[in-house]
Design a protein around this ligand. Structure first.
Ligand code: 3IX
Length: 251
């Protein structure tokens, strides 16, 4: 398990999703002076996991419009011709699938460890029925934006999204953001104020910002708004604590 988590981190590092500081977290240690040989194997041997952050036919016009807006931000270059600060984050139905110790290694790990387990937000097969979402991070501003289209299976009050489903998405977005900033973390505290209900089927924005980091603690704030920002649905402050493998092993 500890090695799997190390591999997950490596996957994120390879995607450029973990900060330099995070890369120093020693889940797996490579002895100083070790030379790594990269062997290129035929890609047909390694199925790629499905990336749920890509558009599918269930996406409505607002979801698609917002996606295209942030995708275009990702393609922007700085004046010096460098890549801009925005990145879309891929999204799989298990965190293990981020492991890229060899091509598609995560897919195999996912089959070996609790093969029936699925990420809560990605476990409904019918596209559009539940959580349709995509996350973008901005390295420079240390913020993360999620576009969410809330499907009909997320009903709480008639015609509106369940508070637990909203909390789930806030935990996912702030948790992913905290992982991006600090490496492996667990949610210690989520403090949510529900201001206005979210209509079922609507598309909303979740905007997560780093408040501060103190030792193992990463403090994040998150607002859920309408896509034009005019309506505030929820406000959240969250605390994440950096963990080591022993936390997940019950040590
Ligand atoms: C998990 C995967 C790992 C791999 C990740 C890699 C890649 C991930 C990639 C992408 C992520 C993608 C998607 C993310 C999706 C979802 C995210 C969901 C995240 C979750 O859904 S996760 C489940 C819910 N989560 C729990 O199931 C936690 C249960 N809990 C515990 O496991 C422990 O509780 C723990 C570990 C949190 C802390 O335990 P601990 O022993 O390490 O630390 P300790 O208690 O000593 O506290 C140290 C200092 O924090 C302060 N402190 C502690 N708790 C506090 C609180 N609640 N409020 C205010 N301050 C608090 C103390 O006061 C002290 O402060 P001080 O040092 O100043 O005295």
């Amino acid at each position: 398990m500890a090695r799997s988590i190390g591999r997950i981190c490596k996957g994120f590092q390879r995607l450029g999703l973990l900060s330099k500081q995070t890369q120093l977290i020693p889940f797996t240690r490579v002895p100083v002076g070790t030379v790594r040989t990269i062997v290129t194997l035929p890609s047909f041997l390694f199925p790629q996991p499905r990336d749920f952050s890509l558009p599918n036919p269930s996406w409505g016009s607002e979801m698609t419009r917002m996606y295209e807006h942030y995708e275009s931000q990702c393609e922007m270059e700085t004046e010096g011709g460098q890549k801009g600060p925005w990145r879309r984050l891929p999204s799989y139905n298990r965190l293990l699938k981020y492991a890229t110790v060899f091509p598609s290694g995560g897919v195999y790990l996912s089959k070996m460890i609790q093969s029936k387990a699925r990420l809560f937000t990605r476990n409904i097969r019918n596209p559009g029925a539940a959580f349709e979402y995509v996350l973008f991070v901005n390295k420079e501003e240390q913020k993360c934006v999620c576009i969410l289209q809330a499907g009909h299976l997320l009903e709480g009050p008639p015609g509106h999204v369940h508070g637990g489903a909203i909390a789930t998405m806030i935990d996912t977005v702030t948790g992913t953001h905290a992982t991006f900033l600090s490496g492996p973390v667990m949610t210690a505290n989520l403090n949510i104020n529900y201001r206005r209900p979210i209509p079922l089927g609507s598309t909303v924005l979740l905007e997560s910002c780093l408040e501060k980091k103190e030792g193992r603690k990463t403090f994040i704030t998150c607002r859920v708004t309408s896509t034009d920002g005019s309506k505030l649905h929820t406000e959240t402050s969250a605390l994440f604590l950096s963990i080591t493998a022993s936390h997940l092993l019950g040590g």
